[in-house]
Structures are given as C-alpha cells and as structure tokens.
Design a protein around this ligand. Structure first.
Ligand code: GTP
Ligand code: MG
Length: 232
C-alpha cells in the first residue's frame, strides 16, 4: 500500500554543477536561474555553495540541486566528488576574458578525469550583455563546443538573455531524452498510486457501512451493489 510519504520520495532528482575560472559568473548564472536575481557586487565563492530549484519537465516535477563551485585554485580539490554525482555539467567562461576561454580545455579534461559516463555537458559563454567588450567570438565558442560534441550557448546572467533557450530548450530536453526511463518509472508509480487510492477510497466507503452482508460465495453484497450502480 502507498503512503503519502512514499509518494513524496518518488519525485525526480538531478544534480547540476558549474565549473570555470574565477569571476566568470558561475554564481550569478545559478542565482539568475534559481532566484531570478542578479547582484553586481562580486563575492568570490568560498569552498562550495548549494542551491535548490524545482522545475517542470514534460509535465513532471523535477528537483534540481545546483552545485556552485569556486574558481579559486585553493578550492579545486573539492570539485571532483561533486562532479561524480552530477547529471548536468556546465563549463563557464566570460566572453570578455580570453584567459577564461583558454582554460576551458583544461576544465574539460579535469572533469573527464573524474568518472562520469552519464552526464550532459554544456559550454557557456557568459556576460553577452557586454558585447562591446567581447574578446571571444561566438564562432570560437561554437567551434570548441562542436569539437567536444557538447551543447553551446552564450548567456547573460545580468539580463537573463538566452536562459530559456539554454535551460528549457537545450538542457532539459536532453535530460529528458537521456533519463527517459526514470521519467517513465515515476509516471508508472504515480499511475499505480492513483489506482490504489481509488481502490482504497471504495473500500473505505464499504468499511464504514457496519451492516455488511455477504452472498453465498462470501462476496460483499453492498460492494457489488455499489459497483453496479456506478456502471449502469
Ligand atoms: P568565483 O566564485 O570566484 O569562482 O566567481 P564566479 O564565477 O562565481 O563569478 P560571480 O558570479 O561571482 O561574478 C563575478 C562578477 O561578474 C560579479 O561582479 C558579477 O556581477 C559579474 N557578472 C556575472 N555575470 C555577469 C553578466 O552576465 N554580465 C555582467 N555584465 N556581469 C556579470
Ligand atoms: Mg562564485
């Protein structure tokens, strides 16, 4: 029999992690996505931060844990264990900072060194609102992403440009395709739960009736009568 608690535990959960050089906007990207806010003041991430976000993917509620890593060298030893758990890995650079783009192959190989067969990767050029200060072209970014065979998008955590395209159209579509069996499993469990609840509902109505009558085969007459009423 299903209880309310079980059904709560049966929601879909995935983990997303951002990596990249310091100051590229990793925390701002996650804040924009999770809380729809942007903060101009720079506060370097110390160690690692967590955020939570619930989204709807193809009609299913999905809980995302967002791991915000620090770009500073001294915290990098923390990153691998979170990469291992993640289903979505975002490699972030700043389109106004060439060095941050040149670091991407190193980030990519560091991530691949940690076993993670099932993850979805995306290369993201941030701060596209600062187009006049751009030093990394769209084509350069796209070319690198194509070479690595991963998703590519340019975004702005400041004004939210291309967030919908990146998350809803690209990442979540890919997540659904890659983990379709998990989505299907949840749908099946929910359908089963609904059927059980309907059955329990009927049963309860009968058990409230203290005057239960059985026919010669031991079947509950009240129950049969009730069923008959329903179908005719
Ligand atoms: P670490 O935690 O040190 O690794 O840095 P980070 O990658 O998390 O960078 P953070 O999100 O803290 O942003 C760094 C700076 O860039 C801040 O001053 C932000 O306000 C600014 N910034 C982030 N995203 C954008 C953006 O899309 N556009 C503009 N113009 N500025 C941005
Ligand atoms: Mg940060």
């Amino acid at each position: 029999m299903y209880s309310g608690n079980e059904s709560q535990n049966e929601s879909l959960k995935f983990k997303l992690i951002v990596v990249g050089d310091q100051n590229t906007g990793k925390s701002c990207i996650l804040n924009r996505f999770a809380n729809e806010i942007f903060e101009e003041n720079y506060q370097a991430t110390i160690g690692l931060d967590f955020l939570n976000k619930t989204v709807n993917i193809n009609g299913q509620e999905v809980h995302l844990v967002l791991y915000d890593t620090a770009g500073q060298e001294k915290f990098r030893s923390l990153i691998p264990m979170y990469i291992r758990e993640a289903q979505i890995i975002l490699l972030i650079y700043d389109i106004t900072n060439k060095e941050s783009f040149e670091s991407i192959p190193k980030w990519f190989s560091d991530v691949l060194n940690v076993k993670n067969d099932e993850a979805i990767f995306a290369l993201i050029g941030n701060k596209v609102d600062l187009n006049d200060k751009r030093v990394v072209s769209f084509e350069e970014g796209k070319k690198l992403a194509n070479e690595k065979n991963i998703i590519f998008e340019e975004v702005s955590a400041k004004d939210g440009q291309n967030f919908n395209e990146l998350f809803n159209n690209k990442l979540f579509n890919e997540l659904y395709k890659k983990f379709k069996n998990k989505f299907d499993e949840i749908i099946r469990k929910k359908e089963k739960e609904q059927t059980n609840n309907e059955y329990i509902g009927e049963d309860n109505e009968i058990s409230q009736n203290t005057n239960v009558k059985l026919d010669l085969d031991g079947n509950n007459i009240n129950y049969q009568k009730k069923k008959k009423k329903k179908c005719c």
